[in-house]
Design a protein around this ligand. Structure first.
Ligand code: NAD
Ligand code: WQD
Length: 339
């Protein structure tokens, strides 16, 4: 049975991926600082999967701590979710974001090398594309991130690629997520942001449970059919399954770096998401129409053809399922893991 180390495994996407990995028969060890998550997520993962992942509370920037965990776990591969992900925070504190995201990954890669662990799946982001020239966006599209968060993702992609180039015993998958939403259908795990949610779906869910009065709808004058921005929302369980196939593909990928878009290839507008969430929750979900949010692109959706042809993976869950499952989580946990 193969063993994987999941950095950031207590977080939103990491916890869902842990469920998929455990159910596929992997031994799973989580290394997470719990800076943006709760150990309760690991309890819930254990409840769903019927097996408990090991949890080490440690920071990826702490080389001695990462070395200790790596030496004890002796994983066959690392899935690297740990990092900071707020666009506005990264604009306010770019150096902090480089130090954290790039610095922690440099530490992790060095420890992997010294322990002979040379397979990595990295959580990148569609934000590396910035404002696309054409849609849908293939992996070959130019990368020009429009904020420091996105730049850290691109720098890390390049760092990983350089490591693989220098030593063909390495292999890597760089997964560019579009807009992950939804939750495990059990409603036991889900997204639990600190403070005011920056993203559309968690904000809508907090309106639905009465934590916030109405949604600020940013931008109604985009050149799109209903005037609101278009995105490629992808169910987090489809995303988790994408990690599993990308991981399995690394076994036969020595010396290679694979970059994949993980999206559905379909776009939904903000108004369509509101309508789908109304349907799923039965709540009216009032919103206030505001100016565009600085830095938002009008439209972004994936060309997911490469992942389908090379990995046999494609996202199958609908927007209605994303909303249904997100609501199963939020309605059972109005205050997230503190509920
Ligand atoms: P999250 O904040 O829920 O999960 C990240 C986890 O990493 C948290 O549990 C946090 O405590 C932990 N962590 C942060 N810094 C750490 C460090 N230095 N050492 C150890 N643990 C640390 O975020 P998420 O939405 O699950 O995102 C996971 C990854 O996917 C991130 O790298 C993020 O940039 C990337 N990503 C997310 C999205 C999205 O919309 N959610 C989209 C594209 C890419
Ligand atoms: C979607 C649409 C908003 C909130 C972000 C990051 C990206 C990636 C995914 C990590 C936009 C509108 C939003 C609100 C709104 N993360 N909106 N009211 O901006 O596509 O991507 O998350 O890698 O890097 O930038 O997602 O959910 O924030 O916004 O009207 O309260 O919803 O303007 O059009 P985005 P989002």
């Amino acid at each position: 049975m193969a063993t994987v180390l999941v950095t950031g495994g207590a977080g939103y996407i990491g916890s869902h991926t842990c469920v998929t990995l455990l159910e596929a028969g992997y031994e799973v060890a989580v290394l997470d600082s719990l800076a943006n998550s709760s150990a309760a997520a690991i309890d819930a993962v254990a409840e769903i999967a019927g097996r408990r992942p090991r949890l080490d509370v440690a920071d990826c920037r702490d080389e001695a701590a990462v070395e200790k965990v790596m030496a004890e776990v002796r994983p066959d591969a690392v899935l690297h979710f740990a990092g900071l992900k707020s666009v506005p925070e990264s604009v306010a504190d770019p150096l902090g974001y480089y130090r954290h995201n790039v610095g922690s990954t440099a530490v992790l890669l060095a420890v992997m090398e010294s322990c002979g662990v040379r397979r990595i799946v990295f959580s990148s982001s569609a934000t590396v594309y910035g404002l696309p020239d054409t849609l849908p966006v293939p992996e070959t599209a130019p990368t020009r991130p429009a904020n420091p968060y996105g730049s850290t993702k691109l720098v890390i992609e390049q760092m990983v690629a350089d490591v693989v180039r220098a030593d063909p015993r390495w292999s890597a998958a760089l997964l560019r997520y579009f807009n992950p939403v939804g939750a495990h259908p059990s409603g036991l795990i889900g997204e639990d942001p600190e403070g005011v949610p920056g993203n559309l779906m968690p904000y809508l869910l907090q309106v639905a449970v009465g934590r916030r009065a109405n949604l600020p709808l940013y931008g109604t004058d985009y050149p799109t059919p209903d005037g609101t921005a278009l995105r490629d929302y992808i169910h987090v369980m489809d995303l988790a399954e994408g990690h599993l196939v990308a991981l399995e593909n690394l076994e036969s990928s020595a010396g290679q770096v694979h970059t994949y878009n993980l999206g559905t290839g379909r776009a939904a507008s903000v108004r369509e998401v509101i309508a789908a969430m109304r349907e799923a929750t039965g709540h009216s979900l009032p919103y206030e129409e505001l100016e565009r949010r600085a830095g938002d692109v009008p439209e972004l959706w994936a060309d997911p053809t490469k992942a389908r042809s090379e990995l046999g993976w494609s996202a199958s869950r609908t927007l209605a399922e994303m909303c249904r499952d997100a609501w199963a989580w939020q309605s059972a946990h109005p205050q997230g893991y503190r509920s």
